[in-house]
Design a protein around this ligand. Structure first.
Ligand SMILES: *Cc1c(COP(=O)(O)O)cnc(C)c1O
Length: 462
């Protein structure tokens, strides 16, 4: 399997290289050079199989010959061994057509674990084989950092430096990072905002000498291996509900377009996906695009669903590449317009095509609180503010007889303030993470200064 950049000016890579490099040299995102396709019989063969076997089949399509099948199998089993539910991603029925898939039974209680537990082990596999090491550098406003740390803790070949804005992440989110005391994990609290953290990361990545000396890499949601790992749960849910002999729709709370893109990939592979429904919070760049064909960046606002508080949906570039029939030159022109002016527009034909795959709805915090309450009253389920946006979007979509699976992206206990606001209920952490609140923390506080950060990283590596 070969991977090429959406902007067409970076080298063609195999799965191993694409995984380790993350972002392409030309600023684009790596995508498979052609889509593997599963026929109906191959999909039917997966019915009744456990999550890990479906994962082996789907991930195998993307890894090609870069990971031997027995290695991939054991890597997947290890990745999901730490999950606190045998089904990995159990599905609960909400009413006669809505189903909630719980993607929050991993170590950090959010859906990012499903991909990052695999990604960490892929890194280890590739690096060990070549007797190499790398340094992962990232910035987080909450969920991504803890899931990345949980994915690579204790690995010999990877050092991870994770920046978060001092005093600006929730207690639980901070502790999920800072109580991990493995020697290869380095938490850094920056005196500044999340944007300051991201700018520091960018500055270090833009220093070629520093970058190559430490073999710097990223594990953010533009990494193809993350998307590939997310395709698995679309298959699993659809199979449980009767695919390939029945169409299924999905409703996905998304900001970066990462999670819902995996649903589009599942459809490309042959899964009978009817509609992909997008739920946005007030940071609604995606919803506005699907209404008007106009992609326009706006100031980011803080909402009850912080993991969707984004200004740009980076993974949309991969879908745009599909919309433009893989015309990398056209795409590059649009993306450079976007980085210059903060906007681009697609014509009516492309918008029509996009709308046949996706629909999109937006919800403000007041609506989310109301919907959490009404859902609790009618179903007894306590739904976190992110997943709630998925449920509400599914309800907004016209009833067409097709079952809808909503992607439940976080455990409600991760957002106790929002739940207290909406329901007047105190929700406790599940037993397996309750110890968090009394565990020792380790974290270094640094100023908003690239020089300090570079010295800190230099000092911790030979
Ligand atoms: C990261 C995250 C999202 C958004 O994921 P995308 O990559 O933007 O699709 C939604 N909900 C939760 C809980 C998250 O952590």
């Amino acid at each position: 399997m070969e991977y090429r950049s959406t902007r067409g000016a970076a080298p063609i890579l195999d799965f191993e290289q694409a995984t380790l490099c993350g972002l392409a040299q030309d600023g684009g995102l790596y995508v498979p050079a052609s889509w593997p396709v599963m026929n109906t019989d191959a999909i039917r063969d997966l019915q009744g199989r456990p999550y890990s076997e479906i994962a082996l089949c789907i991930l195998g399509l993307f890894t090609g010959d870069r990971v031997a099948e027995p290695d991939l199998g054991s890597l997947i089993r290890q990745a999901y061994a730490g999950f606190h539910h045998d089904a990995i991603a159990p599905i609960r029925q909400l009413d006669d057509r809505l189903f909630l898939m719980e993607l929050f039974h991993g170590p950090t209680l959010a859906f990012k674990d499903l991909a990052l537990q695999v990604l960490g082990r892929l890194f280890q596999h590739f690096l060990e084989k070549g007797d190499r090491t790398c340094t992962i550098l990232g910035a987080t406003s909450g969920d991504t950092g803890s899931a990345a740390i949980a994915g690579v803790r204790g690995l010999d070949s990877v050092e991870l430096f994770m920046l978060h804005p001092h005093g600006r992440v929730s207690d639980v989110q901070r502790r999920q990072m800072t109580t991990v005391l493995d020697g290869n994990i380095h938490n850094i609290a920056i005196d500044g905002t999340f944007d300051d953290c991201q700018n520091l990361v960018k500055t270090l990545f833009n220093d070629p000498e520093f970058r190559s000396r430490h073999a710097l890499t990223a594990v953010n949601s533009i990494n193809w291996a993350r998307i590939a790992s997310q395709v698995v749960y679309y298959f699993r849910a659809a199979l449980v509900l009767g695919a390939p002999d029945r169409e299924i729709s999905f409703s996905v709370p998304t900001g970066n377009f990462g999670n819902v893109l995996a649903g589009y990939v599942a459809k490309k592979l042959g899964l009978p996906v009817h509609k992909l429904i997008i739920g946005s919070n007030e940071n609604d760049i995606l919803t506005r695009f699907f209404e008007t064909g106009h992609m326009q960046q706006q100031i980011v606002r803080t909402t009850l669903s912080p993991s969707m508080d984004i200004g740009i949906s980076s993974n949309f570039e991969r879908y745009l590449f599909e919309l433009l029939d893989h015309d990398a030159d056209h795409l590059s022109r649009m993306m450079s317009e976007f980085s210059r002016t903060g906007q681009f527009q697609v014509g009516p034909d492309l918008l029509k095509k996009a709308r046949s795959d996706f629909s999109a709805y937006r919800f403000d915090d007041d609506q989310v609180r109301k919907d959490i309450l009404s859902t609790y009253r009618t179903t007894g389920e306590i739904v976190d503010p992110h997943s709630m946006i998925g449920v509400s979007a599914a309800r907004r979509e016209a009833h067409d007889g097709v079952p809808v699976v909503i992607l439940g992206t976080a455990h409600p206990a991760k957002f106790p303030d929002a739940i207290r606001d909406a329901l007047d209920i105190e929700i406790g952490l599940p037993d397996h993470v309750a110890g968090l609140l009394s565990m020792t923390e380790r974290c270094t506080r640094l100023g908003n200064d690239p020089g300090q950060l570079k010295r800190f990283i230099d000092d911790r590596q030979d």
